[in-house]
Design a protein around this ligand. Structure first.
Ligand code: FES
Length: 155
């Protein structure tokens, strides 16, 4: 961790006000913002860790917990809601055995999130897995997708 953080900071030592850039690099490197990395960088830069945490909690692009290898984004926008987004989300939560309030599976293979609109309303209901969009999804298709990605991860 220290080696990776040092490499990130080398880019920013001479410039001030790069908290966002450092956080972006951390997230790129680790997949999320680890507490240890924040405290290490804050100590190196001699600034309060709260400077990092304040920014990281303000912007939704930053994640303070590990996220899944597969990020499933279920659309809850109006078009998707009308065409059955709720049963799809309910099915995926059950398939992934996510407890109330959890978004990432215990093995960190999947993270299930929702958004207001993916911008593909004509294909509603829509689910995105990482960068790929799936349209006209049904609860059964959602289960198939999870099975497909579960099988893929073993390869
Ligand atoms: S409402 Fe779901 S893609 Fe727009």
């Amino acid at each position: 961790m220290e080696k990776k953080c040092r490499k990130i900071l080398e880019k920013y030592y001479k410039e001030e006000g790069n908290v966002i850039s450092i956080l972006q690099d951390m997230q790129e490197e680790f997949g999320y913002i680890p507490d240890d990395a924040v405290y290490w960088c804050a100590n190196e830069l001699n600034i309060p860790a709260s400077n990092f945490f304040g920014v990281a909690t303000f912007y939704s692009q930053f994640h303070l917990k590990p996220r899944g290898r597969y990020i499933i984004t279920a659309c809850c926008g109006t078009a998707c809601h009308v065409k059955g987004a709720d049963p799809i989300i309910h099915r995926m939560r059950a398939d992934l055995a996510l407890a109330e309030g959890e978004t990432t599976t215990s093995d960190t293979n999947f993270t299930l999130e929702s958004v207001a609109c993916i911008g593909a309303c004509s294909m509603a209901p829509v689910v995105k897995v990482n960068k790929r969009i799936y349209g006209n999804v049904t609860p059964d298709r959602a289960t198939e997708l999870i099975d497909e990605f579960n099988n893929e991860k073993g390869k």
